[in-house]
Design a protein around this ligand. Sequence first.
Ligand code: HEM
Length: 169
Amino acid sequence: MDLGQATLQWLHILFGTFWFGGALFANFVVVPVMMRLPAEPQQQFFKLFAAQSERMMLIAASGTILLGFLRGTVFGSIRDLAALSTPYGTYWLIGLVAASLTYAYGTWFLSPRANRVLEMAAVGVGPGGQISPELAAAINRLKVVALLELVGFFVVFTMMIAMHFAGAA
Ligand code: HEM
């Protein structure tokens, strides 16, 4: 067993689990619970949650991508451009591009929209907690935008499994 390769893969899977698992947990546990809170604590919670998750997801995503890059190249079999045309190299490249796009999408598309919905919620919730139709529509759109991010993760994750079964480049 190559100890360097095994250590790098261990770290890569740890970071990747944190990133992907964090997105699944946020979408299917944290956000649904948050939506059931009254408007004021909901906004307070969301502000703290957004700031902390942005920080942690930056570490998790960049760690996953950097370690995955090194695991495929310096500690793997992708040593030249020709290796990218093998099944293993192609899956690795798709994983790299899909992960980078997923991170960019989450940071520059999804997060600003979530913040905007929060700003709308500050004025769109009535005294009895009733939600305006514009706010309800914005929340529904945001749910779809958030689910699309998961598609990116599923592509990356599938490439990891495909690489395993493709054998080295
Ligand atoms: C959400 C992001 C990611 C997750 C959850 C993830 C997860 C994993 C897992 C579980 C494995 C072990 C697969 C196995 O041996 O069966 C793996 C391997 C690997 N990953 Fe990732 N990964 C992610 C992103 C990336 C990216 C972006 C790259 C490329 C830059 C990459 C490159 C690799 C490589 C080269 C291996 C070794 C494959 C082999 O030779 O068996 N990963 N990853």
